[in-house]
Design a protein around this ligand. Structure first.
Ligand SMILES: Cc1cc2nc3c(=O)[nH]c(=O)nc-3n(C[C@H](O)[C@H](O)[C@H](O)COP(=O)(O)O)c2cc1C
Length: 157
């Protein structure tokens, strides 16, 4: 199994920390959309897509990258996000990107999200919220998530 993770992490590097842990488990490089090679993606069995949440959405660099991709043709994918606020159970942050990927023909295996440091206004006024997150517990959850993917998709090669 060959995997790659495409990650936009522009605010505090929160999502990159999560991506790096997943990347270790899956033996997958973590690349920004601007660096991603579409041919390399096409050669992978599993592709991860993640970013922070900005105004309720994934970062536009990531969403636009997904929109620009050719058909996934049954390739497996997973989606992950970090955010300052919890998502509503009936409206997960990951849903729109999962839909876009499914429309492209990807089989989306699973999603992961966790809270992370947020200094966006008005939280900036109080020094931010979730300072120190993603912390050890969040990163352990990200590791467990990736181990589940690896168990389902196969050993990295
Ligand atoms: C301009 C801006 C808008 C944000 N909008 C939201 C939001 O709508 N909901 C939320 O839960 N967090 C929001 N956040 C917090 C980020 O999602 C959070 O800090 C995330 O972990 C950033 O990821 P990154 O450090 O990988 O870029 C926002 C942060 C910024 C800077």
């Amino acid at each position: 199994m060959k995997a790659i993770i495409v990650c936009t992490s522009v605010s505090h590097g929160n999502t990159k920390r999560v991506a790096d842990v997943m990347g270790q488990v899956l033996e997958a490089p973590v690349v920004a959309p601007e660096q991603a090679d579409v041919a390399e993606l096409a050669a992978c069995d599993l592709v991860g897509f993640g970013s922070g949440i900005f105004l309720q959405k994934f970062h536009p660099n990531l969403s636009e990258f997904v929109r620009s991709l050719p058909k996934g043709e049954g390739r497996r994918a997973f989606v992950f996000a970090t955010s300052g606020l919890p998502e509503l159970p009936f409206r997960p942050f990951t849903r729109p990107l999962v839909r876009s990927l499914r429309q492209k023909g990807f089989e989306v295996d699973d999603t992961f999200s966790c809270r992370a440091r947020d200094t966006w206004f008005p939280f900036k006024l109080v020094g931010g919220i979730n300072n120190g997150r993603p912390g050890a517990t969040d990163l352990a959850a990200a590791r467990t998530f990736a181990e589940g993917l690896r168990a389902r998709t196969g050993t990295p090669s």
